[in-house]
Ligand binder design. Structure first.
Ligand code: GLC
Length: 732
């Protein structure tokens, strides 16, 4: 009897299973589900699926409720400006329960350096040279984001940038393609927990802005960028390869015009390279309104034309301009777009949603805010990453760390009592009330045994020197002066371009004025770009680059100033002598005459890429290579011993550079190919090793992306040492 019952049960379950459409079978393959769902969709449903809108930009409950009431549940994605999982689940329920096919929404948001717990801005984080720590930070950010109802971040931003006038240099990982690729991969794995999956507390990453946006002419945002095909492959595409290899399945197109073809209508980059050559299986979302911006960019005559050009070039999802919904049907009827392209775009979006498990788990678990944000693990990681991102640029006579017996400390500058500017741009759901100001942090660190005096001195900019006298009085009565200066959070980031990269004149003036009191001055900087510090460097004894260190930056800075933590940051971007040197970066091509120089200033930066001091000293041994000649099937093992010759433990990063002085095309004078950060205890010697792979480390791409590995002499460089080795002729 039992047998018959069991068999009939199987049959009936099977019948039920047969009733469920294939795309709802969680054990069916992703492609089976994608194709089954696609064939069930109407054109209107498809056009909505490749469109993204916003909800919650105005937190007024009436507005949001109104948006909810009008929401039809069909849109493929929403940029969710709320952070309430309940509201988000109501939106999702509309899509899942009240539409014909129940396709869940993909909720996105800009989580650039944290959601509520903020980490240093990315330009700072990469100065830690600690991708594992950075990955942990992104994993924490993913958890807070996921629990706020968002499953997709428009991050990491991986635009290689070499013009600090461009405000968005703050959002990336500096001037070097290799560094950018390493941190891109760390971010993707942090957000996604590895390959994209349905794992809880993970979110989909988004590589942006595709591509060469950092080349915006003159550092002005949204403009033309002149990029040779060879440079595209040599400098701007490698971080995307790293990010895709790490598992990223969404990419955002950029605003810039790439040598005459805007990135958001550029079939060569969006389709020929990304999808045809690389086989990218995810989807490309346009940047905000980038589709209709093709009109002012001079390549589309109206919105319909813009939609046609963007879709056919390879933009799979339209961010907020509604052009695919408005014009898709008509363009299809006029055969100006193809059904195949529409279906390909929809397929890509559905594929990501199925991989993320949104069909099985469309809703966000509702967790109290106190258990969602600012958790101990997030605080610990944010504090450590801020500490490791801080770069000690100057420390004359070892004025730092501060003497524990110091009795009178002056805190001067507009950032001493700040708690918002330290969070930086793109500060997500960060809140000033979570940030401990420098004033509080230093008082807590020294309050017991030192008198702390404060004067603001001046505003961020302007010409008001009326408070200089008060600041000088405070300095005069102190043993040491700590000055906290820099930029407002919105002086960098999107559309945050600045023609001058000096500190504002009023701040430079204040520093020089305080210098007249003859006290030791420690300058702490908060900024979203590399600065030209030539005007102030002679007037201060120490310079601490703190970037915009995030929620726990106050604690991190006090740990560095007191010596509780030994600084280990090194620059991921060159600090020019003056803006006149821009563009300036370490991997410039060689020149016909190395004597080529400015008549009025140096041709070298004030502080170069990779520069950063420690409270201890490190002595580098002799750079060794396993052989002088290598063939293409071999690897070459390079090593160097580094000793801690100072009086305290420290973390040291070794950067390994390769130069190729003679090749078919001119090569950068050197290129970073590997780095490693290790702890070296006082008196200890540690061996660093780099295993050179010929094709990976010695080849270069041509203008079509084909890699060339040419025999000849190469140089391996570490610090001031270099060793020559030869790559022999032969087949690879
Ligand atoms: C913005 C930015 C982009 C961001 C997007 C959504 O204009 O360019 O980085 O992700 O719009 O906010």
């Amino acid at each position: 009897m039992k047998f018959i019952f069991a068999a009939s049960l199987v049959v009936s379950l099977n019948m039920v299973a047969q009733d469920k459409p294939a795309y709802k079978h969680k054990n069916a393959s992703i492609e089976t589900r994608v194709n089954d769902l696609l064939k069930r969709m109407t054109l209107n449903e498809k056009l909505h699926q490749i469109s993204q809108f916003t909800i919650g930009r105005n937190d007024n409950p009436n507005n949001v409720q109104d948006e909810l009431n009008h929401f039809n549940g069909l849109t493929g994605s929403i940029i969710y400006f709320g952070h309430d999982p309940v509201m988000r689940n109501q939106l999702q329920k509309k899509a899942v329960d009240s539409t014909r096919l129940g396709i869940p929404i993909l909720f996105g948001f800009d989580v650039i350096h944290g959601y509520r717990t903020l980490y240093p801005i990315s330009l700072g984080s990469a100065c830690s040279w600690n991708p594992d720590l950075y990955r942990a930070a992104c994993a924490q950010a993913a958890r807070e984001t996921y629990l706020s109802g968002i499953n997709w971040t428009f991050s990491p931003m991986i635009d290689v940038a070499r013009d600090p006038r461009w405000g968005r240099i703050a959002e990336g990982y500096g001037e070097d393609p290799y560094t950018t690729g390493i941190f891109a991969a760390a971010a993707v794995k942090g957000y996604q927990g590895g390959k994209l999956s349905n794992a809880p507390n993970t979110i989909a990453a988004d590589l942006k802005h595709f591509v060469a946006y950092g080349m915006s002419e003159g550092g002005r945002d949204y403009v033309y960028s002149e990029v040779s095909r060879q440079s595209l492959w040599d400098t701007y595409l490698p971080p995307y390869i790293a990010g895709i290899n790490a598992g990223a399945m969404t990419i955002m197109s950029s605003y810039n015009d790439i040598s005459g073809t805007p990135a958001s209508a550029n079939k060569y980059t969006l389709t020929d390279i990304l999808k045809d050559k690389w086989g990218f299986q995810g989807f490309v979302v346009s940047d905000w309104a980038a589709i209709t911006q093709l009109i002012p960019q001079g390549v589309a005559k109206d919105d319909a034309d813009a939609a046609r050009k963007a879709l056919m070039a390879g933009i799979d999802m339209d961010m907020i301009t509604n052009t695919y919904i408005s014009y898709g049907k008509n363009l299809l009827e006029k055969k100006q777009i193809t059904q195949a392209r529409i279906d390909d775009a929809v397929r890509r979006v559905l594929r990501v949603k199925f991989i993320m498990g949104l069909f099985e788990n469309p809703y966000t678990p509702v967790v109290d805010e106190k258990d969602r944000y600012l958790q101990p693990e997030a605080k610990k990681i944010a504090t450590q990453l801020a500490e490791e991102s801080i770069v000690l640029l100057k420390n004359k006579d070892n004025v730092l760390p501060l003497d524990k017996n110091v009795k009178h400390i002056a805190l001067i500058g507009p950032l001493v009592k700040d708690s918002v500017e330290m969070m930086g741009n793109w500060n997500g759901r960060g809140e000033g009330k979570d940030v401990k100001s420098i004033y509080t942090a230093i008082r807590q660190a020294f309050g017991q045994q030192a008198a702390i005096a404060y004067a603001r001195g001046c505003e961020y900019d302007g010409a008001d020197t009326s408070h200089f006298a008060e600041a000088r009085d405070v300095a005069a009565q102190s043993d040491v002066v700590l000055m906290f200066v820099g930029e407002k959070w919105w002086w960098s980031g999107e559309n945050g371009s600045r023609a001058s990269i000096n500190l504002p004149a009023i701040q430079e003036q204040l520093i020089k004025d305080i210098h007249k009191e003859g006290k030791k001055i420690i300058l702490v900087l908060f900024n979203g770009r590399s600065l030209a510090l030539t005007n102030v460097e002679p007037y201060v004894d120490a310079i601490v680059e703190a970037w915009q260190p995030g929620t726990f930056g106050g604690e991190a800075i006090s740990h560095i100033l007191t010596g509780e933590v030994n600084p280990s940051g090194k620059l991921d971007v060159s600090f020019p002598v003056s803006g006149g040197q821009i563009p300036i970066y370490y991997s410039k091509r060689t020149s016909a005459r190395p004597t080529g120089r400015y008549q009025d200033i140096s041709s070298e930066p004030l502080y170069p890429f990779g520069y950063g001091l420690s409270y201890t000293t490190f002595k580098y041994g002799v750079l060794q290579v396993s052989k002088q000649k290598m063939n293409r099937q071999e690897k070459l093992v390079a090593s160097i011993d580094v000793s801690n010759t100072g009086n305290r433990d420290g973390l040291e990063t070794v950067h390994w550079f390769i130069s190729d002085p003679v090749a078919t095309i001119s090569r950068p004078r050197k290129e970073l190919k590997y780095f490693e950060k290790k702890e070296i205890k006082q008196g200890q010697t540690v061996t660093f090793q780099f295993i050179i792979d010929p094709m990976r480390d010695l080849s270069y791409p041509d203008e079509n992306g084909k890699r060339h590995l040419e025999a000849g002499d190469f140089y391996l460089q570490v610090g001031t040492q270099q060793v020559k080795f030869e790559l022999l002729e032969g087949e690879y």
